[in-house]
Design a protein around this ligand. Sequence first.
Ligand SMILES: Nc1ncnc2c1ncn2[C@@H]1O[C@H](COP(=O)(O)OP(=O)(O)OP(=O)(O)O)[C@@H](O)[C@H]1O
Ligand SMILES: [Mg+2]
Length: 364
Amino acid sequence: MPHLEDVQAALRQIKFPGFSRDIVSFGVVREVVVESDRTRIVLAPPQGVPDLLERIRPEIEARLREIPGLPPLEIVEVAAAGNPAAARAEAPQHSPHKRIPGVRTILAVASGKGGVGKSTVASNIALALAAEGLRAGLLDADVYGPSTTLLLGVEGSRTQVTAEKRIVPVLAHGISMVSMGLFVEREQAVIWRGPMVTKLVREFLFNVEWGDLDVLVLDLPPGTGDVQLTLAQQIEMDGGLIVTTPQEVALADVRRGMKMFQQMKVPVLGVLENMSGYVCPHCDHETAIFGRGGGQRLAAELSLPYLGSIPLIPAIGARGDEGTPIVASDPASPAALRFRELARTLSRDLGLAGADRPAAHSHA
Ligand SMILES: Nc1ncnc2c1ncn2[C@@H]1O[C@H](COP(=O)(O)OP(=O)(O)OP(=O)(O)O)[C@@H](O)[C@H]1O
Ligand SMILES: [Mg+2]
C-alpha cells in the first residue's frame, strides 16, 4: 500500500498548531484508510482544541494533493472518547479543567527562547510568593535541562516516596520543589521522547504530594514542545508569565510565547524583562546597555501587561549558582524587593491576594 505510507509520511510533516511536534506522533491521527475510491483520515483532536480540524485541514489537503493518484480525501473528526481504546488509553489526558488536589493556582513561567533567565526568575518568584506569606511550590517542568536543583541548593537531595509510591517534594528555603534534577545527574544529557515526556509531566503533576499550596510555579523549558503540549492537555493553568530580554529582536520570541500560552489556553499575566540595564556591583549605578523601554514597547505592541524589569545584577547569577537565590539570601536588596513587588502583582492577578485565605501558616 504505497499510498498509505505516503499519506502517513505527509501527515507526519504537519505540526500541531503552535507546537514543534507533528500530529501523528502526538496521537491526533486516529486512523488512515486508503480504499479504491476514497482516502479516509480520522482525527481525534484533544479536548480543549475544538477547532483543530478547521486549522489543519488546509495543510492536510495541500500535502495530500501532492500524492499522485490518491483517491478523494475524506476527513472525519471524532471525539477522543468516541474510540473506546483511545478513550481508555487517554482518559486522564482528556478530562478538561483538571486541577491538582490541594493546589489553588498554577503560574507558568515561559519564554520564546532559551537562556533568558526563566529558571532564575521562576525560582525567585516562588520564593518571593512564599515571602509574601503564600504556600508556594516550584515544579521544574524542564525535564530536558533541569536547573532548579542547582539554583535552590538541593542538588544531590534524595527524594522520599510515600507508601503509596507518591513523590514527596524536597523543601528548599521554605518552598516545595520537584525537578528531574533530583532523579538524574545534571550533566547527563537527557533526551526524552514524546510519550516519556507526557508520562514524566503527569507524574510530576499528579503523583507528587504537593499538599496544600496557594501557588505552584512551573518553570517551563524554552520554546514550545512536548512539555507544553502535555501541560495544556493535563492541567488548567491560571496564569502565564513571559520572560524576555531587552533586545529589540526579542519581539518574535515574546510573540511565540504569547501564541504558546494562547494555545495552552493560559491567560498571559504579562511580560517581564530580565537582564535589562547592568547594575554595577561597586557603585549600584544602572546602565541601560540595551537601551531603555524595549520591554515596555514590546508589551504594548502585543497588548500584554508590562510587569517591569529585573536588571542584570551579577549577584542574581552568583546567588543562584550558590543555591540560595537572591530573594532568600539578600531579601533587603533592591533585586529581591523587585521580585517581591512582582510576586504581589502576580498574586493579585491570580486572585490570591484576597482575605479568603487562611493566614495560619508562615514561612519564617
Ligand atoms: N537578572 C539577572 N542578572 C544576572 N544574571 C542573571 C539574571 N537572570 C539570569 N541570570 C543568569 O543567566 C543565566 C541563564 O539563566 P537561567 O538558567 O535562569 O535561564 P533559562 O531561561 O532558564 O535558561 P534555559 O533556557 O537554559 O532553561 C544563568 O547563569 C543565570 O545566573
Ligand atoms: Mg531554565
